[in-house]
Write a new protein. Structure first.
Length: 393
């Protein structure tokens, strides 16, 4: 049997139409398939490879850690250098109230932990989320998701969750003294890159503070440099009570976290003791990779070029078939007339060696989120292929 046959026969499928590219290596912005064909990864493996594939600093940190130890103990008991060094490095980038990091393995898991934290800290059970939000596929995270079609066949889900419109100030009045948390993506990803202005975020912060509701920002997709700031909330001059990260955080390794003040996080230690536990949370190899990723973004100046690269995409991607381009840094959505048009363009672009995608809740917008390391020349090559793909459909 070929790998393709085994993939279809023995690996659980998530759709009827997987991309089925068979990559065997990846470096920087490039991936190579089993036939030696090279592709530009214009989506960073869906928001993961912000520092590019196999960044040398990340690889070196992984190798060093592998030579020392792998798993030695469940999360939270032993003092493991990669975990504590990562926690220190993360909190150094954040306002002083965000000083306690809970390390987990994925985005969904980080959201689950953050939801439990808010319920336990506030003693409330209701949670507010946004329409067209995506927070993960586990039951709790799915309950937050703002898309009925994703949820309808998996009920019963968590009770007490309501949805308001992202970016609409009037809706914030639905957050009340009974709301434990408002969980919201700082930039909505799967809705097809939607962002709100500073006045909205100021109103969000005010409403959460006056009702004693924890503001939980999901920066799983928009954090770790994606928008040109290390954390997307920095654009809006507010700060969350809980910050959630994953995806790009590991530089290609699985890891996630939620971060709050020590006072809030401490509720997990009692009543009951071990209120939230994880076997593999903050795996030492992932934690070492994550610290190297963070250092790469900050020390290699990767944030500086983001805005200029964003502008270059806007300048180059001009075509009558493009209806709109929405972006926040290198998190971009290029909208076409329909799914059918977009799907043909995506397929043709792959033939031309450029991998893009659409969004869960917006299937007529092309996802563009390349590694932040992409050069201006590489952007020109990628955009030429996209324009050629558009012309050909
Ligand atoms: N939140 C957001 C904003 C995401 O984009 C994702 C993943 N697409 C998740 C949560 C879930 O992360 P994971 O797939 O690692 O569980």
């Amino acid at each position: 049997m070929t790998n393709r046959q085994i993939f279809l026969s023995h690996l659980a499928q998530t759709s009827d139409a997987p991309l089925m590219l068979e990559m065997v290596s990846a470096d920087g912005i490039y991936m190579s398939d089993v036939n030696g064909k090279k592709y530009i990864d214009l989506i960073s493996g869906i928001g993961v490879s912000n520092v590019g594939h196999r960044h040398p600093r990340v690889i070196s940190a992984i190798k060093k850690q592998v030579d020392k130890h792998l798993h030695v103990m469940v999360y939270g008991e032993f003092v493991q250098s990669p975990q504590v060094q990562l926690a220190k490095a993360l909190t150094n980038t954040l306002p002083k109230d965000l000083d306690s990091v809970y390390l987990v393995n994925s985005g969904s898991e980080a959201i689950e932990g953050a939801m439990k934290l808010a319920k336990r800290y506030t003693g409330r059970s209701n949670i507010m989320a946004c329409k067209e939000s995506y927070h993960g596929s586990s039951h709790g995270a799915l309950s937050l998701t703002g898309s009925e079609s994703f949820k309808q066949n998996y009920r019963p889900l968590l009770p007490g969750i309501a949805h308001i419109e992202f970016g609409k100030i009037e809706d914030l009045n639905l957050i009340s003294e009974e709301t434990a948390a408002f969980i919201v993506e700082t930039v909505q990803g799967e809705a097809g890159v939607r962002h709100a202005d500073e006045s909205y975020w100021k109103a969000v912060r005010k409403r959460c503070s006056e009702t004693g509701t924890l503001l939980i920002l999901d920066e799983i997709q928009c954090g770790f440099g994606r928008t040109g700031k290390l954390w997307a909330f920095e654009h809006y001059h507010i700060q969350p009570d809980v910050l959630v990260s994953a995806k790009g955080m590991g530089g290609g390794m699985p890891i996630g976290c939620f971060i709050s003040s020590k006072e809030v996080m401490n509720v997990f230690t009692h009543n009951p003791v071990l209120g939230h536990i994880s076997t593999f949370g903050g795996h030492p190899v992932s934690a070492a990779a994550s610290k190297a990723t963070l250092e790469t973004i900050l020390e290699d100046g990767l944030l500086k070029g983001v805005e200029q690269k964003e502008q270059l995409f806007h300048q180059l991607l001009k075509h009558a078939k493009i209806k709109e381009i929405r972006s926040k840094g290198l998190m971009m959505a290029v909208e076409f007339e329909s799914y059918e048009v977009l799907k043909s363009i995506i397929d043709r672009a792959i033939e031309l060696g450029v991998v893009t995608d659409w969004f869960l809740f917006n299937d007529k917008s092309m996802r563009i989120a390349p590694p932040l390391t992409i050069t201006e020349d590489e952007i020109k090559v990628a955009c030429e292929s996209i324009l050629q793909a558009i012309e050909s459909v």
